[in-house]
Design a binder for this molecule. Sequence first.
Ligand code: AHM
Ligand code: MG
Length: 336
Amino acid sequence: MAKKNQTLGEFIIENQASFKYTSGELSRLINSIRLAAKVVNHEVNKAGLVDIIGAAGETNIQGEDQQKLDVYANDKFIQTLTNRNIVCGIASEEEDDFIIVNSQDENHQNKYVVLIDPLDGSSNIDVNVSVGTIFSVYRRVTPVGTPVKLEDFLQKGSEQVAAGYVVYGTSTMLVYTTGDGVNGFTLNPAIGTFYLSHPNMEFPEDGKIYSVNEGNYIHFPIGVKKYIKYCQEEEGDRPYTSRYIGSLVSDFHRNMIKGGIYMYPKSSKNSNGKLRLLYECNPMAFIAEQAKGKASDGYNRILDVEPTELHQRIPFFCGSKNMVIKAEEFMSKHTE
Ligand code: AHM
Ligand code: MG
């Protein structure tokens, strides 16, 4: 049972037994993420003080400018997970290919793979707006004792055993699920400890916030345009409020607490939208469903999508259940 003010360390130990595979490996994994999150948090918080912000001059696989802190966060999460010999493989939004964690002495005995977006919304760093880390955990499908393969990473989101995010915001929070509800922990920076501050987080069934980059309106499918107009209409509890930070983690976090929908639809410019199925949509969808919300590509459940490649993109509609259902109705009714 989640107790407010419990530390994340205590919570992990206490809840280990409720997890169906109780080897302790998953607990150690969450612990490592907690540690890496603290290190990255420290660096993110001093971004304005030292010469660490700004483009690193490299471009990631999607052709986007990589910021220095992206590189830093990527390195820290990978280092923490590999040094402690906890996972058998890692895939990162910032890496072209997945990483085989080769534990010579252990001979590939670890069971879990981690997929991570080390610093999401990184274009917001330079302007002191919240960014986040997103992670997703699966049990490998290839035999223990052999190196991991692509198929270990290309699993449907419904196979996730854990997922979470860290939001480096006005305060830093780690929010995660192991399939038994969602709990949020706030970092006390003075002593470097995460405390359970938001037990059993749930999306309100209905919401009044819609979050979408309306600058892309002209390029959206007709169903999305009509749904946006519906949000803006004066009727009943509408018009809704528009809030778009441009950091998925922060927009999601606010919507989960207050009630709302986040959308990154396809457009005439990007036929699959922008967000990545494996590093962004699946983990957020798992958290959303565990928090009684809903996540869809506009027509179907995100967690049922069969991935075909590591860096695959997909349209994303996620948030309060009734809002996502309504958006889906508009999508099916207004096809082009
Ligand atoms: P990133 O992984 O390159 O940071 O991109 C993902 C981010 C999301 O956090 C955010 O919701 C979205 O991109 C914003 O995109 P846009 O600026 O096109 O609205
Ligand atoms: Mg991202």
